[in-house]
Design a protein around this ligand. Structure first.
Ligand code: DP6
Length: 329
């Protein structure tokens, strides 16, 4: 009888409240700074991986479609890292489904590599700890190291492969009171990937040192706010942190920005909600979408305000999940 070397895992995506922006080491994906995220209930990836000594190459099937070219080469390189760690030469078939509302442009390498790392761990019987899984996911995409855990998660930058990993932050279930609203914004301009954007900024931005010098105090302030369940304090810090990250891009050579007119429109709605007595705070990543952190009790008011400026299909709300990566098969 042939041994079944397969495993299937589910991982949720995460959004950074304190951003990871820039690598100290590109090969091992060691970041320049610590970051801190929340894990989202609504968006996740399920990945099944099957290793077989008879396979002659890695095959990637994404949402039922076999993927070739750049993306499959990237996955194959990642599988080489897994094979080296597991001391095997077997190729794999990787079948992955992204549970992200269609056309939202929210597909995330974070949930993808977290699910893949956990599926490989199961398939090859590696018995990795959470810390080791986080390190393995990190090799595929930095933010994936945080998707191993639910709730609030901090990625400790460390200084090498062993010391750079994420861990959960105890929040006494405060997550259950919070939600994140996504405002999906169409972008017609050429996309600058997070990988390219952070690399250019680290290398050339006049504002990058200022960014780095202030990240640690933001992390400390957010952790303090989590302890106190102080939403206002947390919101003010995370909104400023996100804007400061985006400011580094304006100082890059050449300068660039991810913000478009509708991003500013969404930010203005957030300001108006605050003025109307509904505290909420925005953050943005390597694209024009705006993500709004809100207490669930005020979620409907913020949704109503957004609906005045954006269409139904541009607005998606998600709970924060306390569930980390799970083996499902
Ligand atoms: C702006 O994790 O996608 O979303 O490590 O190169 O794969 P790589 O980058 P990635 O970068 C995420 C950047 C960000 C901020 C964050 O998630 O912390």
């Amino acid at each position: 009888m042939k041994l079944v070397n397969s495993g299937k895992a589910r991982a949720h995506t995460n959004i950074a409240l304190i951003k990871y922006w820039g690598k100290a080491d590109e090969t091992y994906i060691i970041p320049m700074n610590n970051s801190l995220s929340v894990t989202l209930e609504r968006f996740y990836t399920e990945t099944k991986v099957t290793f077989d000594p008879e396979y002659t190459e890695d095959v990637l099937v994404l949402n039922g479609e076999t993927i070739e070219g750049k993306e499959s080469v990237k996955i194959s390189r990642y599988m080489d890292i897994v094979r080296a760690q597991a001391d095997t030469t077997m190729y794999a078939r990787i079948e992955s489904e992204n549970y992200v509302p269609t056309a939202a442009g929210l597909a995330s390498s974070a949930s993808a590599y977290a699910a893949l790392a956990a599926a490989c761990d199961k398939a090859l019987n590696l018995g990795l700890s959470g810390k080791a899984l986080s390190r393995l996911a990190r090799r595929g995409s930095g933010s994936a190291s945080r998707s191993i855990y639910g709730g609030f998660v901090e990625w400790e930058k460390g200084h090498d492969d062993v010391s750079s990993y994420s861990f959960p932050i105890e929040a006494d279930r405060w997550e259950d009171d919070l939600a994140m609203i996504f405002v999906v914004i169409n972008n017609k301009s050429k996309k600058v990937s997070s990988r390219a954007g952070m690399s250019l900024t680290r290398d050339t931005s006049r504002f990058y040192k200022y960014w780095l010098d202030h990240v640690d105090e933001d992390i400390t302030a957010v952790k303090h706010a989590i302890k106190q369940k102080d939403f206002k304090q947390m919101g003010e810090v995370i909104e400023a942190n996100g804007l400061r990250m985006h400011a580094t891009n304006l100082g890059a050579q050449p300068p660039f920005t991810y913000m478009v007119d509708d991003s500013y429109l969404a930010m203005n709605v957030v300001h108006q909600c605050r003025e109307a007595g509904y505290p909420c705070y925005f953050t943005m990543d390597a694209g024009p979408n705006v993500k709004i952190l809100v207490e669930k009790k005020n979620q409907q008011a913020v949704l109503d305000a957004l609906h005045q400026s954006f269409s139904e299909d541009q607005i998606i709300a998600s709970d924060i999940t306390r569930t980390g990566v799970e083996i499902i098969e």
